[in-house]
Ligand binder design. Structure first.
Ligand code: AP5
Length: 224
């Protein structure tokens, strides 16, 4: 089987991270989420984190030159030689071109862009109730996907917290940024014949079934 080089697209709160946690187990792919990478960098106080923090706190995108190097380093690493799952990258046409050119130089190409769609009102409700665990960023929702014990991660027992950028005013800004800067990528990947759309308003298990079936079909087509 060839490489499975996948990207997840969708507005904040569409369920990209939720689905990624499941797809990684299904297809045994290394997973790179730019949001997680940046939040870790902020926590460690690294140069990347210092550059990114003020943009993230305001719900703006970090400049392309700050993020592209960090992600391409991972895509080029030996563990990603047979495929990868990217979440949160690319987010601008510039980032998409950087990724395509870098893959092309190495004789590689994207397998698909998986777009999870959800309307603004769902997204705002989801993000205001989202909780993440401090140890490994496992995801929960106080109403839709609660942990067994309130405030404690089922998987690793660490504390569940709310992300700084999940405050209502920052969420609205992130949505606005998504519609202006990232949504045009759907058309870009549609033109390349790579786009697959999924209804993110369905329950997480159902969304997962749909994406898993689509990726399995891609693998089968590749093997023919
Ligand atoms: P990032 O961390 O990537 O945030 P995002 O794209 O805004 O996405 P989210 O993590 O908020 O949402 P998600 O779709 O993963 O939803 P989730 O699965 O958690 O980026 C943060 C910031 O970093 C950006 O604002 C930017 O500043 C910077 N950045 C990152 N990448 C960058 C880049 N490439 N360039 C420049 N800057 C960059 O689900 C949300 C909630 O809903 C959860 O509580 C979950 O339990 C629940 N839920 C999920 N699915 C369902 C469902 N089907 N039904 C009901 N509830 C559900």
């Amino acid at each position: 089987m060839g490489e499975l080089n996948l990207i997840l697209l969708g507005p904040p709160g569409a369920g990209k991270g939720t689905q990624a946690q499941r797809l990684v187990d299904d297809f045994d792919l290394p997973y790179y989420a730019t949001g997680d990478i940046l939040r870790e960098a902020v926590k460690n106080g690294s140069e990347l984190g210092r550059e990114a923090k003020s943009y993230m706190d305001q719900g703006d995108l970090v400049p392309d030159e700050v993020i592209c190097g960090a992600i391409m380093e991972r895509v080029d690493s030996p563990e990603a030689a047979d495929g990868f799952l990217l979440d949160g990258f690319p987010r601008t046409i510039g980032q998409a071109e950087t990724l395509e050119q870098a893959l092309g130089r190495r004789g590689r190409r994207l397998s698909a862009a998986l777009l999870i769609e959800a309307p603004d009102e769902d997204v705002v409700r989801r993000l205001s109730g989202r909780r993440i665990c401090v140890a490994n960023q496992h995801l929960y929702h106080v109403e839709f996907d609660p942990p067994k014990r309130e405030g404690v991660c089922d998987d690793d027992g660490s504390e569940l917290i709310q992300r700084d950028d999940d405050k209502p005013e920052t969420v609205r800004k992130r949505l606005d940024v998504y519609r202006k800067q990232t949504e045009p990528l759907a058309e870009h990947y549609e033109e390349l014949g790579l786009l697959r759309r999924f209804d993110g308003t369905r329950p997480p298990a159902e969304v997962h079934e749909h994406i898993r079936a689509a990726v399995k079909t891609l693998k089968l087509e590749d093997e023919l």
